[in-house]
Design a protein around this ligand. Sequence first.
Ligand code: AVI
Length: 331
Amino acid sequence: MFASAAAAPGSLARVNLEFAEAVLNGLTQKGQKTIPPSCLYDAVGSALFDVITLLPEYGVTRAEASLLSHASEEIVRASSQPSRIIELGSGTGSKTRHILSAAGRHHPVRYLPIDISPAALDSCARALGGLQNVAIEPIAATYLEGLHEAMSSRQPGEPILLLFLGSTIGNFTRTDAAEFLKRIWRRMRPGDFLLLGADLVKSRERLISAYDDPIGVTASFNLNLLARINRELEGHFDVAQFAHEARYDERCSRIEMHLRSRVSQEVRIDALGISVKFAEGETIWTESSHKFRAEEISSIGHRSGFASVRQWVHGGWGFAETLFRKSAATG
Ligand code: AVI
C-alpha cells in the first residue's frame, strides 16, 4: 500500500501514492487544512519519533515500558498463556520484549509484528531475534490487512494475545477508535485477548511540554512533514515560514499538532500540480493525540464488544494498559 511505484509525470519516477493523495486532499479541501498523522513517519520522521520517546518531557513510552516490565508475567497469566502474540504497529518492538520473554518462559511462542514499514520490521526482528522460545514472523501490511493474515494462519484452539500499544489508539477520534476496535473484534475469535495501551488525561502544562519540548525535537518531527513534501512531491515549502504549534483542547481531552504559517504565502507542489494559499496564522492540522480517563478506556472496549479483564495503571505519568477479552457470549 505504501510502496507504490508509479511512473509519474515530470521527473518523479517513484511516488508514494498514498502520501500524494493525502497531501492533495488535505491541502485542497475547504476549511481547515489537514494531513493525516501517518504521513509524519517517513524514515526521518520515524527517527525523530524515536528521539521523542527519549525526551524527559514525553513520558508515554517510558511509562508503558515500565508497566510492561513489571506486569508482563501477570498479563501473560491473565491472557491464558498465549502461544501466538500479534502486534499492531509494532515499530521496532522494543516495548514488547518483556511480554515475549514472559510468554516464552512457559512454552514456544510465535510473534507476528505487523507494521507498514519493512525497515521497522527488520529492526524489530533484529532486536528481538535472540529471545528464547520466540519465533518471529513479521508481516509488512496495514493493521487490518496484517491482522487478517496473522489470524488466517492460526492453528485450531491456539490462544491469541493481540497487542495495540503506545497509545496509538489516541491518534484516532473517539468515535473512530471504537469503530476500529470493533473491526479488530470482528477478526478475533471468542477467547482471544487484546492488550490496549493508552495515555491518560493529565495537566495542560505537562501535555504541552510533552508535545512542544524545549529542544525542538517535536517541532522538527512536525516540520519534517513539509520537508518530506519538498523531497517526495517537488514541493516548494520554505520550512522556516512555518511554526510548530501544540494546542490542548480540554473539552475533547486532545492534544493537537499544527503547522502555522508565519506569513501570508502561496506554495507550489509541482508533482501534484497545485499551488496552495496560506493566510498568515492559518494552520495545517497534522495530528490529534487523545487522552483518556482510565474507566473510559474500558467503556470504549465494551462498546466495541470486548469484556474488560484487568487494567494496570502507571500512576507517575498516567498511562494505562487494559486487557480485554472477546467473550464467548458475544462472539
Ligand atoms: C505515536 N503516537 C501515539 C504519538 C503520540 O503521542 O500521539 C506520536 C507523537 N506525536 C508527537 N509526539 C509523539
